[in-house]
Ligand binder design. Sequence first.
Ligand code: SF4
Length: 209
Amino acid sequence: MRFPRPSHSELLELLSITDAAELDALFKRAYEVKRQYIGTKVWFRGIIELSNICSKDCYYCGIRSSNTNVKRYTVSHEEVVKEARWCYEQGYGSIVLQGGERSNKAWTDQITDLVYAIKDVSDGKLGITLSFGEQSKEVYQQWLDAGAHRYLLRVETANPELYKQLHPQGHSFENRVKSLGYLKEVGYQVGTGVMMGLPGQTLADLANA
Ligand code: SF4
């Protein structure tokens, strides 16, 4: 069942609550709704941090490209497939492959090969979520065709001005939003989100997200 989306002013009102008793009532109500529609089951999802190499330089990120204090790694194809098989054999329903953003063909083909291999070792049953940043529509399609079905691409803030403050030149809010559009068009289940508590963020920014 789908709930009607709260209006901007309703969201602002909820986000503005500071009274402890009102907050408690809000959290209790949220839990009731969650329990009614999702239940109390816990779903395991195996997350594999595939690589911390990234071409981007987001100011808030520990693995931003200009941080020379980070030891960079990429997990081998064989190791990832081995871990994915283990997840499948333990009864996991899906796994997430996550890593920094790189768009060169050797890398995007490597992800494609991995998705095929994971589908293969799990009899096609293990769901695969990817999170490798902004890519072309063709690459998103290639990964979907290989067997991925969900994609996580956080937009971090719904305020383009704030986005600009958090990123150096060459990082585009518009491109981020365009990439989310590509993912929807291609047919992924798309997850996105914003960071809470950013310096300069307003409650209206959160309500707009
Ligand atoms: S794109 Fe992601 S991984 Fe890369 S620097 Fe930005 S936040 Fe970090």
